[in-house]
Ligand binder design. Structure first.
Ligand SMILES: *[C@@H]1O[C@H](CO)[C@@H](O)[C@H](O)[C@H]1NC(C)=O
Ligand SMILES: *[C@@H]1O[C@H](CO)[C@@H](O)[C@H](O)[C@H]1NC(C)=O
Length: 408
């Protein structure tokens, strides 16, 4: 009798201890209220710091930080999650010197991140305020010392200069006058040619304006694609291209004379082969390759290293099925070896040589991706789709580079 009672008591105690342990364990796993946006508003520019983060053991930091966000995401290839914005990030751009990543959001700020911090625990950023408005698009100037934004309310381009203050910190100054309002439909993209010779702006109604750097229109194109979904300047600064409702990508060359004076915009070549509208496209950094993603359920890789003036047409290298949707984004690694395609909040990475699906990143953000970009080295892929920016290791790019070394 007594032995049985003792046994029952032991069991009960054991169960209690277990319960307590579980409860404690569970509490340890609870997300802590770490401010993801510790950057206090009203400061000129400041590093993102959180005292709560500092107190934790270093090896727990990343996962804790992740859990504190509304949207939980983890992946072995995730290198960094950049948090500072108080609104949804709509656009990303890497500076051509490779040092900075710019992000803009509807919180009236543009943030400038240091790419060399990606692998650090803390990600510092500088803040540029967009007075009485917010930026929906941001692009660095070729010298990485200025950037342009598209103003959501102003419906125009504003130039910001980045200036080093005496104490070494950076400050940002918006130009006194914005570019004139010229678009009659929603803006889809802006760009600055790497040559520094022109700025492009494109709207959904098939209009593309080519501007000089002072805000004078040099040329206006009608893409004749019914509606446009995407347009951009090639990284080499020679071409402007667009896609939309029609099943082609159209490419123009913006031509300048020997003295640097604007001459004309001429049709260079088309990418023809899709059987439905094209969501988006991307160039490799030397413009020798292009990739396009279409409603027809495929992506296509093209060799665009052609002399179109001698009637050479770009040719199709590969067609691969993929899932995509309205608003899908595409990025081609600088060396043209990896293609990233977004579909909603998912990103797929493909090897361009093989066409194989190398990585699938699911539900990366809480909303559909708004931007997707490789950095200038091709080591990282950055994307946005909520308040955070996620940076991934381009593992397929490493593998492709190694395979290339082995095979050559
Ligand atoms: C393009 O990217 C490759 C690979 O990252 C690099 O070696 C090359 O210098 C880049 N070229 C240009 C024009 O930026
Ligand atoms: C920000 O993005 C999330 C996810 O897509 C969305 O639910 C939310 O409504 C957006 N917020 C604003 C202010 O647009």
């Amino acid at each position: 009798m007594e032995a049985a009672a003792l046994g029952a008591l032991t069991l009960l105690l054991g169960a209690l201890v277990l319960l307590v342990l579980l409860a404690v364990g569970k509490r340890k796993e609870d997300p802590e209220p770490i401010a993801a946006t510790a950057d206090p508003d009203g400061e000129e520019s400041s590093a993102v710091k959180s005292s709560a983060v500092k107190k934790q053991k270093p090896d727990k930091q990343r996962s804790r930080k992740e859990k504190s966000a509304q949207h939980t995401f983890s992946h072995p290839l995730l290198a960094a999650t950049l948090k500072a914005h108080n609104g949804n990030v709509t656009c990303l751009d890497f500076s051509s010197n490779g040092k900075y990543l710019a992000s803009c959001a509807d919180d009236r700020t543009v943030r400038i991140w240091s790419t060399k911090d990606f692998m650090e625990r803390e990600h510092k950023c500088l803040r540029a305020n967009v007075e009485l408005d917010h930026a929906v698009l941001v692009r660095f100037s070729p010298d990485s010392r200025a950037f342009i934004v598209w103003l959501a309310n102003g419906d125009a381009i504003r130039i910001f200069k980045m200036m080093k203050k005496d104490d070494g910190t950076m400050s940002f100054k918006g130009a006194a006058e914005d570019f004139p309002q010229k678009h009659k439909a929603a803006i889809i993209n802006i760009g600055i040619a790497e040559t520094g010779k022109f700025i492009m702006s494109a709207s959904a109604d098939t209009t593309i304006h080519i501007w000089d750097l002072r805000g004078e229109i040099l040329a206006t194109l009608n893409t004749n694609q019914v509606t446009n979904s995407y347009a951009s300047v090639s990284p080499c600064g020679r071409f402007v291209a667009s896609c939309g409702f029609t099943p082609d990508v159209k490419v123009w060359e913006v031509c300048f004379g020997k003295g640097g004076e604007f001459r004309e915009v001429i049709r260079a070549f088309d990418l023809k082969g899709h059987s439905a509208g094209v969501h988006a496209f991307a160039f490799s950094n030397d413009s020798h390759r292009m990739a396009s993603v279409s409603k027809d359920g495929t992506w296509k890789l093209w060799n665009t290293d052609v002399e179109y003036r001698k009637q050479q047409d770009p040719y199709l290298l590969r067609t691969v099925s993929c899932s995509s949707s309205e608003g899908s984004r595409v990025a081609l690694s600088p060396d043209g070896r990896v293609l990233a395609v977004s579909d909603g909040a998912d990103v797929c990475l493909y090897g361009c040589e093989s066409g194989a699906l190398e990585e699938r990143l699911s539900a990366v953000h809480s909303g559909p991706l708004t931007d997707l970009r490789f950095d200038t080295t091709g080591l990282f892929l950055a994307c946005s789709g909520d308040k955070a920016v996620r940076v991934f290791h381009n593992a397929p790019g490493h593998r492709a580079a190694i395979a290339h070394l082995g095979g050559s």
